[in-house]
Design a protein around this ligand. Structure first.
Ligand code: PLP
Length: 423
C-alpha cells in the first residue's frame, strides 16, 4: 500500500447525519463526531436556544450563592431523568471535568465518613475516562498515561481486567476493599474498542461494591442520553450508581457541558445547612447558562422526536448490516448490539487508519479507536438506508484495501445524501 498523505478533513457544515468538508465533499458521519452528535447536526432549535440565552445573559457562575436560571432548570430536569433516585446534580464543563468531579467527590466522601484510607479509584483496563489528571491516571489505555510521570499523575489508582468478574474481584481483594474509594466503569467501553459488558459483569461489580462499602461510578459520557437505546445505559443493565457522569449527548455537542448525578448517600451531607462541608470543585464555565439552555433544547428534541426509541429500534439494523462484515477476511471481530454503537476490529496486519481513509474518500466518516478498531456510532437521526450505505461503504473500503489497495469506487450518491435530513 503506498503511503497515504493524510490530509485534514476540515468539516465546514453539518446537517442531520451528514457532513460537508471544506473541499465540498459530503460524508456520512458514521461516528457522530466524537460520539457526541446524538440528535444530528444543524439543528435550528438549539441555535435559537443559544441565541435567546446569550442575548439575555451569556452566563453567570454557579459558585457560592450565585446561580443562573438555565443551570437550575436543567439540574431539576436531570434529577428527574437520571437512574439515580433522589440525586443532586452537579454541573461541569465537559466529560473530563465530570470525571475529575466524580473521583474527587468519591475520595472526599470517605474522608468525611472518617475513613480517609479509602482513596484508591479502581477502573478497568482499556477504559477511557477523558484526559484531565484523574482521567489520565485511571484510564486503561497505557499510551495515554505515558510520559507524564513514573506511575500515574494522580496516585492511588488501580486497574482491574476488562473481562472476567472473578479476576476483577481478585485484584480488588488484593488491594483491600478498606483502601478502595470507588469503582468506575463505562457501561460499554467506548474508545477502548466498543466492548459491551459480559453477562453479569456490571451487575457483579455493583454487588461487590455494595457488599464492600465501595462507591460505584458509572461513566455515561458516551452512553448517556440514548446511545444504547435507553436514556441511560444504567437502565439497560439495571445499575444504581452512586455517582453517574454525563457530557457529550447532554447537548449533543452544540455547547460544551457535563454533569454528575450524585446519590443521596453521598450528596446529602453537603445540604445540611451552614455548617455543611463544601465540595471545592468547579470551574468558571461549570453550568454555563448558554450551554444549559442548549442542553434543555437538546433534551426537548430527544423527547419530542422519540430519539431514544429510534436508537433502540435501529440497533437491530446496525447489528445486521455491520454484522455482515464479520465474514470479511480482513475483519477479526464485529462488536455490536448495544444500541447505536459498534466496533469493527480488523486483523492485526491490516492498517485500520488506511481503511478509515478509504472510507472517507468514499463518503463515510469513521475513525480508528483502540485495538485496530473502526468506530461506528452514527447520530440517532440516521436512517435504515444510511446504515446500509455505511456498511456497504466500509465493505467496499475493506475490499479495496485488501485487493487493489487503491481508492474504492464511491457508492452511488442517492437523494438522501444530497438533501438535508433534519428539521
Ligand atoms: N468518559 C468517557 C467514557 C469518554 O468517552 C470521554 C470522551 O470521549 C470522556 C469521559 C471525556 O470527555 P471529554 O472529552 O468531553 O472531556
Amino acid at each position: 500500500m503506498p503511503t497515504v498523505q493524510r490530509e485534514r478533513l476540515t468539516v465546514v457544515h453539518g446537517d442531520g447525519a451528514w457532513l460537508t468538508t471544506s473541499t465540498g465533499d459530503r460524508l456520512l458521519d458514521g461516528t457522530a463526531g466524537l460520539w457526541h452528535a446524538n440528535i444530528g447536526h444543524g439543528r435550528q432549535r438549539l441555535a435559537d436556544a443559544a441565541r435567546a440565552q446569550m442575548t439575555s445573559l451569556e452566563t453567570y457562575h454557579v459558585f457560592g450563592r450565585s446561580a443562573n436560571e438555565p443551570a437550575l432548570r436543567l439540574a431539576d430536569r436531570l434529577a428527574e431523568m437520571v437512574p439515580v433516585a433522589g440525586s443532586k446534580i452537579f454541573l461541569t464543563s465537559g466529560g473530563s471535568d465530570s470525571i475529575e468531579a466524580a473521583c474527587k467527590l468519591a475520595r472526599l466522601h470517605w474522608q468525611l465518613e472518617g475513613r480517609p484510607q479509602k482513596r484508591i479509584v479502581v477502573s478497568r483496563e482499556r477504559a477511557y475516562h477523558g484526559l484531565h489528571a484523574f482521567g489520565t491516571s485511571i484510564g486503561g489505555l497505557t499510551y495515554n498515561r505515558t510520559g507524564y510521570g513514573t506511575s500515574s499523575l494522580v496516585p492511588e489508582c488501580a486497574r482491574i481486567p476488562t473481562h472476567g468478574l472473578d479476576g476483577a474481584i481478585e485484584v480488588m481483594e488484593q488491594i483491600g476493599c478498606e483502601n478502595i474509594a470507588a469503582i468506575i466503569t463505562e457501561p460499554v467501553l467506548g474508545t477502548g474498542g466498543v466492548h459491551g459488558p459480559e453477562q453479569g459483569y456490571l451487575e457483579g461489580l455493583e454487588e461487590f461494591a455494595r457488599a464492600n462499602d465501595i462507591l460505584l461510578i458509572i461513566d455515561e459520557v458516551i452512553t448517556g442520553f440514548g446511545r444504547t437505546g435507553r436514556m441511560f445505559a444504567s437502565e439497560r443493565w439495571q445499575l444504581s450508581p452512586d455517582i453517574m457522569t454525563m457530557a457529550k449527548g447532554i447537548t449533543s455537542g452544540y455547547a460544551p457541558l457535563g454533569g454528575i448525578a450524585v446519590a443521596p448517600r453521598v450528596a446529602d451531607r453537603f445540604f445540611t445547612g451552614k455548617d455543611a462541608p463544601i465540595f471545592r470543585h468547579g470551574l468558571t464555565y461549570s453550568g454555563h447558562a448558554t450551554a444549559c439552555a442548549v442542553a434543555e433544547a437538546n433534551i426537548d428534541v430527544i423527547v419530542d422526536e422519540a430519539l431514544v426509541t429510534r436508537a433502540a429500534k435501529l440497533e437491530e439494523v446496525l447489528v445486521s448490516e455491520v454484522g455482515s462484515l464479520r465474514t470479511h477476511p480482513l475483519v477479526r471481530e464485529v462488536r455490536a448490539g448495544c444500541g447505536l454503537l459498534a466496533g469493527v476490529e480488523l486483523n492485526a496486519d491490516a492498517d485500520a487508519a488506511a481503511v478509515a481513509d478509504l472510507c472517507s474518500e468514499s463518503g463515510l466518516m469513521t475513525r480508528v479507536i483502540h485495538g485496530n478498531t473502526l468506530q461506528i456510532s452514527p447520530p440517532f437521526v440516521v436512517t435504515e438506508p444510511e446504515i446500509e450505505l455505511l456498511a456497504a461503504t466500509m465493505r467496499s473500503a475493506l475490499d479495496h484495501y485488501s485487493t487493489a489497495r487503491v481508492a474504492p469506487v464511491i457508492p452511488e450518491v442517492s437523494d438522501f445524501q444530497k438533501g438535508a435530513l433534519c428539521s
